[in-house]
Design a protein around this ligand. Structure first.
Ligand code: C2E
Ligand code: CA
Ligand code: CA
Length: 428
């Protein structure tokens, strides 16, 4: 408040920095909380040191004169820990945005140097959001909120960077807010559908099972793709009821098809958020029993990021899921950070090679080699291998030659409503 009052009188600008450490949670998990604590205070020291310079720029400006009725106090640049691994910094006097950009660069630079805490060498990145008074807000709350928004944009943009706030970010968050409201209603008003994309055996050419993919029909927005609403559902916790609905729907479908004498499997996608609280295995069991589904027909797909978060907890849940007879697939394989030794520890039955590898196997020898390598490695670990996003005959024949088990993709069929999925089964 004081800084803004002074800036108004002196017609200069004020900068707000919102800084969040990247992957700080991993430090706590990998080392210990006391290492995490020491790191936070080291970070704080470096932040204070690096904005001290910015303060000097301010003070050395001969035009600087506080004056006025609030008299004595000069707003100093202030570093504060906002909570957790988030820090905010006030730069009370800027000439222009460039000054703040320089602060952003300096902060990234100082934090990118390795830290030495309790005998460990630790490297952390940081994501920084920046706002400037008066263009990005005319009160402290707004400036902080928008800086926070910009910080998220910096994270989404690939982390370890700084990002100025822009108006369009707010439009985006407004869109999200609208989407959130609509999503809440979507569950009650049953606007969701599960469509089914077949997985095809490369040796027999027959459909062996389906992946259930969520579709949302909003009365105003029309068909919204999961890529647009799943992230919102994850952020708002709505993924829990939505995930339960998907699970129930898949189980009912397994029951229905089973009653018609076709014993195909159905896979559903589980979001990392659904592993945040323990008990997902329990819920799978309950929902499947209520729907009268044969659990050996159910498969769950998880991504590497789901497992990376709280590895031990997730592994326990996955083991419990497998004990129910449900199979587990590792989705989008190749896009994460799984090491070979890590993969060995994971209770999974199936590897799904990400579409980004498959896409270019006909033209890019490196992708072809990688895909062959993944298939060989997966087989050595006793896993079933599924190639995602197969669109051409050329891809199919290569994958068959390399010993891949199954494929999924537009070459055979996109995800279709249940009745059409049933027909696809009869056709193969
Ligand atoms: P995913 O699990 O990797 O699903 C495969 C996506 O690739 C689907 O997009 C599918 O339509 C698309 N695809 C399949 N074959 C091809 C192909 O040959 N070419 C191309 N270009 N694309 C192909 P979709 O349905 O838009 O789903 C996107 C993502 O949304 C899914 O990626 C999954 O991560 C998520 N998702 C979908 N349904 C659910 C759900 O019920 N729960 C959760 N948690 N996530 C879901
Ligand atoms: Ca999937
Ligand atoms: Ca996938």
């Amino acid at each position: 408040d004081l800084a803004l009052r002074q800036a108004r009188r002196g017609s200069w600008k004020v900068g707000v920095v919102y800084l969040d450490l990247d992957h700080f949670k991993r430090i706590n998990e990998t080392f210990s909380h006391s290492v995490g604590d020491s790191l936070l205070s080291e970070v704080a020291n470096r932040l204070v040191m690096s904005v001290r310079g910015a303060d000097l720029v301010v003070r050395s400006d001969p035009g600087f004169d506080v004056g006025g009725s609030h008299g004595s106090a000069t707003a100093d640049s202030a570093v504060s820990r906002f909570g957790g691994d988030e820090f905010t910094i006030l730069i009370p006097r800027l000439r222009d945005e460039q000054d703040l950009a320089a602060v952003g660069r300096r902060l990234l630079e100082t934090l990118s140097q390795p830290f030495s805490v309790e005998g460990h060498e630790v490297v952390v990145g940081s994501s920084i959001g920046l706002t400037v008074f008066p263009s990005d807000g005319d009160n402290p709350e707004e400036l902080l909120r928008n800086a926070d928004t910009a910080m998220y944009a910096a994270k989404e943009g690939g982390r370890n960077r700084y990002q100025f706030y822009t108006q369009s970010m707010n439009e985006r968050s407004l869109r999200r807010l609208i989407l959130e409201g609509k999503l809440r209603r979507a569950i009650d008003e049953s606007q969701f559908e599960l469509h089914y994309q077949p997985k095809v055996s490369l040796s027999s050419g027959r459909a062996t099972g389906f992946e259930g993919l969520l579709r949302w029909h909003d009365p105003e927005l029309g068909l919204v793709g999961p890529g647009d609403f799943i992230p919102v559902a994850e952020e708002t916790g709505l993924i829990e009821p939505i995930g339960d609905w998907v699970l129930g729907q898949a189980c009912r479908q397994i029951g229905e098809w089973g009653a018609q004498g076709c014993d195909v499997s159905v896979a559903i996608n589980l979001s990392p958020e659904q592993f945040r609280r323990p008990g997902i295995a329990q819920r799978v069991a309950e929902v499947a029993r209520a729907a009268g589904a044969d659990l050996s027909r159910l498969e769950v797909e998880i991504t590497e990021t789901a497992v990376l978060h709280d590895t031990e907890l997730v592994i326990r849940e996955l083991q419990a899921i497998r004990e129910l007879g449900v199979r587990v697939a590792l989705d989008d394989f190749g896009t994460g950070y799984s090491s070979l030794s890590y993969l060995r520890r994971l209770p999974v039955d199936t590897l799904k090679i990400d579409r980004s590898f498959i896409q270019d196997i006909e033209v890019d020898p490196e992708d072809a080699n990688l895909t062959q390598g993944i298939i060989a490695m997966g087989k050595a670990l006793g896993l079933r291998i599924v190639a995602e996003g197969v669109e051409t005959e050329g891809q199919r024949s290569r994958l068959t030659a390399w010993g891949c088990d199954e494929m999924q993709g537009f070459l055979f069929s996109p995800a279709v409503p249940p009745a059409e999925a049933r027909e696809l089964l009869d056709d193969t």
